[in-house]
Design a protein around this ligand. Structure first.
Ligand code: AHZ
Length: 301
């Protein structure tokens, strides 16, 4: 049976590849090896990132922009937690599921930095497909040695100590989605010095971070995004990107939710510059802490 299958496979092969073996294209491998390669790496990542410098919740355009900024700091460890199997949030398409991504200046400088081509239209630029931006920034973020993305994993809650956000509580997204149908399925935890919440506007999973701050009594309200006004919205989102409570910076459309700012609809510059600002704020905090720790160690020596 197996020999017949192998012969059929050989008959079906049209192209010769370099490996040279007569009866196969691919180098041999044991299934257990594949399993161990995946599981040991994943478990080591979970072990290493149980304490991260920065945790980014949500890998849409704002979360990825924050991660890209932090990729410039190899000594800052960054875990991205994305509830979806496919990271990227709403940035795979422009507005109303059209392809082009409109980016108002000066956010074209961020595109220059990431290396995304665009058509210059004066006050704004156009990326020919939003997926070009998202795939390019994601490839750079994922290749950065200091960054690990855990996708298909949801932030379900926060670690809060002395009124400071000190990490996230996570679960496999499929588990998170089934808390109502199963008895208690306890979560995992990752500690961090800073959490960047980039969960997008309200929706089935959106605005999770600020909604949890409200329900935990750490902020009074998240009034929700106001109606669309591109010109007001984009400046507001970037200007209001800040550490909302100690240990948690909010970026992207989640800023509109917590501040009651207008939405901008299908223009993405504010997501890029808000994410970049969140990354810079987080980096400044961590680098200051690292410097203080270094000085304390030097003084003790
Ligand atoms: O899956 C979500 C998405 O990828 C993820 N996310 C949400 N809740 C999560 C949770 N744990 C882990 N609890 C979670 N991940 O967060 C990501 C949010 O991406 P997004 O594209 O929705 O938000 P953004 O703020 O990066 O970009 C918004 C883009 C918009 S919406 C808009 C408008 O409606 O007017 N305009 C723009 C430019």
């Amino acid at each position: 049976m197996r020999r017949a299958f192998t012969a059929a496979c050989r008959r079906g092969v049209q192209v010769r590849f370099a490996s040279g073996a007569e009866d196969r294209l691919f180098e041999p491998i044991r299934e257990a090896v594949v399993s161990r390669e995946m599981t040991t790496r994943y478990m080591k990542d979970m072990y290493d990132f149980a304490e991260a410098d920065v945790i980014i919740s949500g890998a849409g355009s704002a979360g990825l922009a924050a991660a890209y900024e932090l990729s410039k700091h190899p000594n800052i460890s960054v875990a991205i937690i994305e509830q979806s199997v496919a990271p990227g949030g709403g940035a795979w398409l422009g507005g109303q599921l059209f392809s082009a991504m409109i980016v108002r200046k000066p956010a074209h400088e961020f595109l220059d930095d990431v290396g995304v081509e665009y058509e210059d239209r004066g006050a704004y630029v156009v990326v020919k497909h939003a997926a070009l931006f998202t795939s390019t920034i994601m490839s750079k973020v994922l290749a950065a040695p200091n960054i690990k993305m855990f996708n298909a994993t949801a932030v379900e809650d926060f670690i809060v100590r002395e009124d400071k956000v000190a990490g996230v509580v996570t679960n496999w997204s499929l588990v998170t989605q089934n808390h109502d149908t199963q008895s208690c399925m306890d979560p995992n935890v990752l500690e961090s010095k800073v959490v960047i919440s980039a969960c997008g506007h309200d929706g089935p999973m959106g605005a999770f971070g600020v909604k949890r701050l409200v329900s935990n009594g750490m902020i009074e309200a998240a009034p929700g995004m106001k109606c669309l006004d591109m010109n007001t919205a984009e400046d507001a989102i970037v200007n209001l990107t800040r550490e909302v409570v100690p240990g948690m910076i909010v970026t992207g459309m989640e800023v509109a939710e917590v501040e009651g700012a207008p939405r901008m609809g299908p223009t993405f510059g504010a997501m890029m510059l808000s994410g970049q600002k969140a990354g810079k704020l987080a980096a400044a905090k961590i680098l200051a802490e690292q410097q203080a720790e270094g000085e304390a160690q030097a003084a003790a020596a």
